[in-house]
Design a protein around this ligand. Structure first.
Ligand SMILES: Cc1cc2nc3c(=O)[nH]c(=O)nc-3n(C[C@H](O)[C@H](O)[C@H](O)COP(=O)(O)OP(=O)(O)OC[C@H]3O[C@@H](n4cnc5c(N)ncnc54)[C@H](O)[C@@H]3O)c2cc1C
Length: 606
């Protein structure tokens, strides 16, 4: 049964990128059109009364200007505007949050979508991402309200205690686990305390809803059985310090079957928060200075008009680890050897962009030769979602499973696993007809799934720089993956674990799992699973995670209160502020950075 459109008390505005012209499901198929219509008819999904509307014009002056409404900027602006005496402006280059992104199974639908993804590319390098040729590694980067929290896989990990101890060693004084814990609690709104996770390690009262997805496909249970059969640990909570390693159905940024971006969790519409102004399609080009003091920003609006807006207190740059460096450098804050040749007057000579760290690994594709080759998105899945927020649309399929293990390079006493595993496939994201049992036409060789092994404490360090003063031109990203040999060895150990899992009896008997021959053919000169074969596969099918960080690191570019060195009234608060990688999915730690950033600002101006 499909319900009629509900009366939500406010009119639903269908805006932002559509699921219909996504890369995952190209073409306007009748079923997808109907599906989109039905979704927007449900008040709890569309939440039209909570819609964040863009202001038409900015005023001349605000107390605080936040640049970028992504994972961190939305938190900073949301928290600052809780003080109703502050006038806060949040500038975002992208548009509104597309409602389709709220459906977990559409989590990949918006990758590569012009309206919501900057579609970053690293500078091509023959040592990695060879399957991308001259294009270089592909890095999806969110461009809308919510930023990359709109595109991400939603997995919640807050880092291990040793990660924060490393930050302190690297100059982030005051950022030890015990010191950041209260800010984790402000962010975490765990819905499963008592039923799945222990209260002493989790908070129920934070802003961001967190829980496991309601639905797991049957193949996921078989995969878990296979992992168990392999002798690897299965755990229930990867954020419990007593179980740092093991495979787990992850808790995610989701509330009962719906994605939560930080924008959705922290921002409020103007009717509820009149002192918060959000301006969408506002591309910030630079921070303006009076001497060494930040006094405002310049931005270009949707119509191409250049505008300036002043601050009476501070500018906070939260444009993400790959873009904040560009904005700073265009403003004269950066290494003088980069700025001077471009004719940019140097305001402060600080090492912006000099360190770029990222989790990195490799992807293997497998075929399930014995599997049912049908679409998992159909009328039944849609009905389950509309009526119960359950079923295949309410989860990310195999992607909700992850694993953390120690490689032989890890120091186990630090309880800081250095390998992570991801799985991919069997999510309901596209169908032409919605008919139950519709064949999955593009998988004629058997059902395809993939798995990734990723190094979490990479020794390789890259950098971000600019070679142009054009603010619309992307910065240059040099990730330098595998420049340190340990990283290759660690990923190889991860690949060995994947082999064990996929060769396990349960997966062979039930699904007859095989490496996808199309995917391995460029490495077929080497014996499968030999060291040379693994190296060939890792350099060919490199899996750079979208966990870039440390480009504006605490202790290097910003002080422990996230203030940019050698200038006044300017902070950088985003993934780039983290000095070194958390050993897990980073958004949990990024939320801590943003919560703390807002706290420091409030303390400064109280
Ligand atoms: C595909 C993908 C999957 C991921 N999966 C996970 C996961 O499962 N779990 C996890 O913890 N992490 C995951 N991550 C990582 C995590 O989402 C990011 O690390 C995090 O969102 C980065 O937050 P940020 O605030 O630094 O940047 P962003 O969230 O990227 O925000 C930057 C914002 O600034 C805006 N902006 C940029 N330039 C300008 C400008 N000039 N003017 C105005 N605005 C501008 C952008 O449009 C964007 O909205 C994933 C990331 C991606 C992309």
């Amino acid at each position: 049964m499909i319900l009629a459109q509900q009366d939500c008390g406010c009119q639903t505005v269908v805006e932002g990128a559509s699921i219909l012209n996504s890369t995952a499901c190209s073409g306007t198929y009748l079923f997808m059109v109907l599906l989109q219509g039905y979704l927007w008819g449900r008040c709890e999904i569309a939440t039209p009364c909570k819609r964040i509307e863009s202001i038409d014009e900015t005023e001349s002056e605000y107390d605080f200007i936040v640049v970028g409404a992504g994972s961190s900027g939305s938190i900073v602006a949301g928290r600052l505007s809780e003080n109703t005496t502050y006038k806060v402006l949040l500038l975002e280059a992208g548009g509104p949050e597309p409602l389709g992104a709220r459906v977990p199974s559409f989590y990949k639908t918006f990758w590569g979508h012009d309206e919501v993804d900057w579609q970053g590319r690293a500078v091509p390098d023959p040592n990695f991402c060879r399957d991308q040729g001259e294009l270089g590694c592909q890095w999806p980067l969110g461009k809308s309200l919510g930023g990359s929290s709109l595109l991400n896989g939603m997995m919640y990990h807050k880092g291990h205690a040793a990660d924060y101890e490393t930050w302190v060693e690297e100059g982030a004084e005051g950022w030890s686990w015990d010191e950041v814990k209260p800010f984790m609690d402000l962010a975490e709104g765990n819905r499963q305390v008592g039923s799945l996770v222990e209260g002493k390690y989790h908070s129920e009262t934070g802003r961001m809803p967190i829980q496991t997805f309601n639905y797991q496909p049957p193949q996921l249970r078989d995969l878990i059985e296979a992992i168990n059969q392999t002798g690897l640990p299965i755990i229930t909570d990867m954020n419990n310090p007593n179980t740092p390693d093991g495979f787990v159905v992850a808790q995610t940024f989701n509330d009962n079957g719906q994605r939560y971006t930080t924008a959705r969790a922290y921002l409020a519409p103007k009717s509820e928060r009149p002192n918060l102004s959000v301006k969408l399609y506002a591309h910030v080009t630079k921070v303006l200075f009076d001497g060494k003091k930040a006094v405002g920003v310049e931005y270009v609006d949707k119509n191409g008009n250049t505008k300036t807006v002043k601050t009476t207190k501070e500018v906070i740059v939260s444009a993400g680890p790959l873009t904040s460096p560009k904005i700073l450098m265009h403003s004269g804050v950066g290494p003088k050897e980069v700025l001077e040749p471009l004719g940019i007057p140097v305001v402060a000579d600080v090492p912006v962009g000099k360190r770029l760290r990222n989790h990195c690994g490799a992807t293997l594709n497998f075929l399930l030769k014995k599997s049912n080759n049908t679409q998992s998105l159909d009328w039944s899945a849609l009905t389950d979602y509309l009526l119960e927020l359950d079923g295949p649309m309410s989860s990310t399929g195999l992607t909700q499973l992850t694993g953390l293990l120690y490689s032989s390079y890890a120091d186990k006493s630090r309880k800081q696993p250095d390998l992570q595993f991801f799985f991919n496939g069997l999510y309901a994201d596209c169908s032409k007809t919605g008919v139950i049992g519709e064949p999955a036409e593009d998988c004629s060789d058997g059902y395809k799934i993939s798995a990734n092994a990723v190094a979490l404490l990479p020794r390789s360090v890259g950098h971000v720089t600019i070679n142009s003063t054009d603010p619309f031109k992307s910065a240059l990203f040099y990730p330098n993956f595998f420049s340190h040999p340990d990283d290759m060895n660690i990923v190889m150990e991860g690949v060995d674990y994947l082999r064990k899992i996929f060769e396990s009896q349960v997966l062979q008997e039930k699904y007859k799992v095989e490496l996808d021959p199309e995917y391995t053919q460029e490495c077929d000169d080497y014996k499968a699973w030999s060291r040379d074969w693994k190296e060939c596969m890792i350099r060919l099918h490199t899996d750079p995670q979208n966990h870039q960080l440390a480009t504006n690191a605490i202790g290097k570019v910003v002080d422990p209160q996230l203030r940019v060195y050698d200038v006044k009234n300017l902070r950088v608060c985003d993934a780039g502020s983290m000095p070194s990688p958390p050993t897990g999915n980073p958004q949990g730690a990024i939320m801590v950075v943003a919560e703390r950033c807002a706290h420091f600002i409030k303390q400064t101006w109280q």
